[in-house]
Design a protein around this ligand. Structure first.
Ligand code: PEP
Ligand code: MG
Length: 311
């Protein structure tokens, strides 16, 4: 028997509270799947695929050149399956590749990456995917095969979209890849003010869910680099402007029967949990170590709302 690292054995209350708002978990590496599932989370609100790719130590293009397209697709399938198996039938929201060029540049083959003055404002997320549909098609082929294998709990989440146009274009590529968007659950991350203000069009484009990526939404709304310590004190995920954007999105989504969720770090903050539950968010996704606390905060907030409503 192996002993678990210290941070993995934090005591947890044995009783998972029942809540109307779902509480999910973020997973960044497939190896964490078992521990994530053990939290009792209602699913995975964000499965990052970057690690699956970056750990190959080659850019996708380089890996494909040295190995094969099929080997690339199999790497993705393997990573996603590990998590989808652990959670089945609980849903797993898999985000399509979202690494900035400065991270790709560290890899073998990275010298072919564009050199960008502002990688965070540059060639990443859905922008890259739509610009390189040939590469994106391999990711989508991985999803298609997973569906064919019966993983109907897998959902597709698109990062860094700005508007309905991005969503329509991605949807077309899904269809081209043999995925029926009407049969599968898929959605968009709300990470830019433009996205927040365009969610109605995205709903019309057919998204099933909108998920707040508050790490980026905060960075882009407040123009505060999330990795710059000089302005770290200005990185306020609870800034009234952010809350206003989030509130509007939740309201619009409710009118269009679109689920709402948060998968940014702010989802672990009690004040954010209270705000979101109050606004009627469908689910909150938190890091593994924060899930239990969020479950209890959600429960407390729901009870308070109930009491307030009968008072
Ligand atoms: C976010 O931006 O809040 C998010 C969840 O995505 P990432 O942190 O991977 O950019
Ligand atoms: Mg993000």
């Amino acid at each position: 028997e192996e002993t678990e690292p210290v941070e993995e054995v934090r005591p947890q209350s044995p009783v998972k509270p029942m809540t109307a708002t779902e509480v999910k978990v973020n997973v960044s590496i497939p190896e964490a799947a078992e521990r994530a599932a053990a939290t009792g989370a209602d699913g995975v609100g964000l499965l990052r695929t970057e690690h699956m790719i970056l750990s190959l130590n080659q850019t996708p293009e380089k890996f494909i050149e040295e190995h094969s397209v099929d080997a690339y697709i199999k790497e993705l399938i393997q990573g996603i399956r590990t998590v989808a198996d652990e959670f089945y039938p609980r849903p797993v929201r898999v985000r399509t590749l979202d690494a900035p060029t400065d991270e790709f540049r560290q890899l073998e083959g990275g010298e072919d990456e564009p050199e960008e003055h502002n990688p965070m404002l540059g060639y990443r997320g859905i922008r890259r995917s739509l610009d390189r549909p040939d590469v994106f098609a391999h990711e989508l082929e991985a999803f298609r095969r997973l569906y064919e294998m019966g993983y109907d709990n897998v959902e597709i989440m698109l990062p860094l979209v700005n508007d309905a146009e991005d969503v329509y274009r991605a949807k077309e590529l899904m269809k081209d890849a043999g995925i029926d968007p009407d049969k599968r659950k898929w959605g968009a991350m709300i990470e830019t003010p433009a996205a927040a203000l365009s969610v109605e069009g995205m709903a019309e484009a057919g998204i099933d869910f909108a998920s707040f990526g508050t790490n980026d939404l905060t960075q882009y709304t407040l123009a505060v680099d999330r990795n710059n310590e000089n302005v770290a004190d200005r990185f306020d995920e609870l800034h009234p402007a952010i809350l206003r954007l989030i509130g509007t999105v939740i309201e619009t989504c409710r009118e269009h029967d679109v689920d709402t969720s948060i998968c940014g770090q702010a989802g672990s903050k009690p004040e954010m949990v209270q705000f979101l539950v109050d606004e009627g968010v469908s689910s909150i996704s938190a890091n593994i170590d924060a899930v239990r606390d969020v479950q209890h905060e959600v429960k407390r907030t729901e009870q308070k709302l109930l009491l307030d409503s009968v008072r």
